[in-house]
Design a protein around this ligand. Structure first.
Ligand code: AMP
Length: 400
């Protein structure tokens, strides 16, 4: 019998499931898909097999179980269903691994219980991730389910970077500390950046800017994360599409006491109606850039707030690392928005940072340098690939 070499990667969000089937022999995609609007009146599944020929289905998808069963039917129709012998593992993106999970982990009952225990720290995500795990197992109990945690890469942060300066006993009892997120992306991108420089990950210090709809920065010294901008939850740090990033915590008390807002309303305000969307009514950076170009004052101000915060973190992480070998942009905004990259490092020659205008404007599919040859620090664009990273980690754990 041929060796099982396929990994199904599942990324279960609060109302969607993204999936990809990869063949680890050549790292190719055999299928990709998305189930959206789970639990709403009408849902949609989009499935794209390797050779193209996208298929779509509309109809109500009551829960994550139904979403995954529909995806499994599409995969089975391509001859690569969950019961096919070539499947080595299902890799699940699990958002919160707390302090316990610092490595990809095969899910057994104890692991499942621990992911559940961590749900209060990620109430929208961990329960959805768990449902994905349970449904996938029900569809084929013989295939190992592997959890790959968004927090894991950041577990190497020293205590002085992970701790908030609040009452230590309260923090310990309620698990309040910096965990960090987007870990699979920061791990993948910092490693590829080292390869781009032709050096071993252990020899380079890298600042990674993951700028997507969610956004986070990390300082990676010799392949190990030493600081990151997201905190106990993904709300802290950079300005994002709809999240505020850093605010004075007293803003929350003020809104509760003087505006009479309930805590849940403030939670939604900071997570869903802030960031670029809060500042100018638009969370998509493409629109913000287009409106700014057209002279829209609110879009310009939103862009300036976004860039100012980004520059503060670049400066902070230069100080945290001491020596920086590369500054790396990734994710939707980081990979595609040349004006954001140019503004983020403009005038930072003193820190050894510069961007070559022509290289910055060029587009390529793979990793590339955008700094001029004379620059002390390499500035790079490195596409992230969280699914490939999850598949690689899951495959390594099951030892196929
Ligand atoms: P992600 O979360 O990594 O999928 O990134 C999604 C975000 O990337 C979108 O909300 C857009 O704001 C941004 N984005 C995608 N393409 C572009 C582009 N060409 N220019 C600017 N922003 C972009």
């Amino acid at each position: 019998m041929t060796r099982a070499s396929r990994v199904l990667v599942l990324n279960s969000g609060s109302s969607s499931v993204k999936y990809q089937l990869l063949d680890m022999d050549d790292r190719s995609r055999l299928a990709t898909g998305l189930v959206e609007r789970i639990g709403e009146r009408s849902g949609r599944l989009t499935h794209t097999p390797a050779g193209g020929g996208r298929r779509e289905r509309e109809g109500r998808v009551p829960d994550h179980g139904a979403a995954l069963r529909a995806a499994a039917e599409e995969l089975a129709a391509d001859g690569v269903g969950l019961d096919s012998p070539g499947l080595a593992a299902v890799g699940h993106r699990v958002v919160h691994g707390g302090r316990r999970f610092t490595e990809p982990t095969v899910v057994d009952e104890a692991v499942e219980a621990e992911i559940e225990r961590l749900a209060p720290l990620a109430p929208l995500h961990n329960p959805a991730n768990l449902e994905g795990i349970r449904t996938a197992r029900a569809l084929n109990p013989r295939v190992p389910q592997v959890a790959v945690f968004d927090t894991a890469f950041h577990a190497t942060m020293p205590e002085y970077a992970a701790l908030y300066a609040i009452d230590a006993e309260t923090a310990e009892r309620h698990r309040v500390r910096r965990y960090g997120f987007h870990g699979t992306s920061h791990a993948h991108v910092s490693r590829r950046a080292a390869a781009l420089l032709g050096r071993a990950p252990g020899d380079v210090n890298v600042i990674v800017l993951h700028l997507g709809n969610g956004a986070s920065a990390s300082a990676v010294a010799g392949g190990r994360c030493v600081d990151t901008s997201m905190g106990m939850t993904p709300l802290e740090g950079l300005v994002m599409g709809t999240r505020s990033g850093d605010v004075d915590p007293a803003v929350v008390f003020h809104l509760a006491r003087t505006a009479g807002l309930e805590l849940d309303e403030i939670d939604r305000l900071l997570n869903e109606r802030s960031g670029l969307a809060g500042l100018c009514g638009e969370n998509d950076m493409r629109e913000v850039l287009a409106r700014r170009e057209a002279g829209d004052g609110r879009a310009r101000l939103a862009f300036d707030v976004y860039i100012h915060r980004l520059r503060k973190y670049i400066g902070a992480y230069c100080a945290v690392l001491g020596r920086v070998d590369a500054l790396v942009f990734t994710a939707g905004v980081g990979e595609n928005a040349a004006p954001v990259r140019a503004a983020a490092v403009a005038g930072l020659d003193g820190l050894g940072l510069a961007v070559d205008e022509r290289l910055n404007a060029a587009r390529t599919a793979g990793p590339r340098l955008i700094s001029p040859e004379y620059a002390r620090v390499a500035v790079a664009v490195v596409p992230t690939d969280e699914e490939l990273e999850i598949a690689t980690q899951a495959f390594a754990v099951v030892g196929s």
